[in-house]
Write a protein that binds this ligand. Sequence first.
Ligand SMILES: [Zn+2]
Length: 218
Amino acid sequence: MSSKASSASVSIKACGHTGGNCLVAELDFDEGEVVLEETPLLEMLDTEVLAFRHSSHYAAVWSFAQECVGQEKIAMLLSLGLSEGAASSCKAEDLKRALEAEVPCSQNDDALRFLVILMSNSFRFKGVNGKTTALFEIMSRANHSCDPNVRMIGDGWPGQLIAVRPIQAQEEILLCYGGWDTEFLKEPSTARQKYLSEHWGFQCKCVRCEREASIRTS
Ligand SMILES: [Zn+2]
């Protein structure tokens, strides 16, 4: 697999259509080329998180963060300007209830923001020592499309974004949040919208969704 991935291969830009950030290609890429290679900024090994026994997984993740990530790094992660879009998802309601029940009130605001940032930006990743939840400074900012131009390789080290079709410089880098090797992309628009709203808290307005909506209404 060829690669010209480097820190100059993509850039983070303000994104008009989401109000947040987006990733933009700085070079042309052919299908199959590595667009970005990146080591995670934060990795949480599943087995270590599960060792914190709480009735909710969210509280276990927060306890892990307190013990193993540390206040300084948590503060740094909260200051990166990563999306908090999942705050409006159905999962965020479960999260708020779990934190109220199991996390001291004084930590509640930071715990909520930290976990919402993880929900909004993290990938399932095969780390060096086993399965992890991983947060990346750059690739975590790729927005979703139901017609993506990259897929994430999460079973190697470091993580990679691979072009699934030719990409031109200045095109936005778009990932599918429903996964690449899943049924998501074969689902009808209504099922995709339901999944994205429940898990990620947004209504998809990608080119494919808009095209399918215009066919339905014409
Ligand atoms: Zn869409």
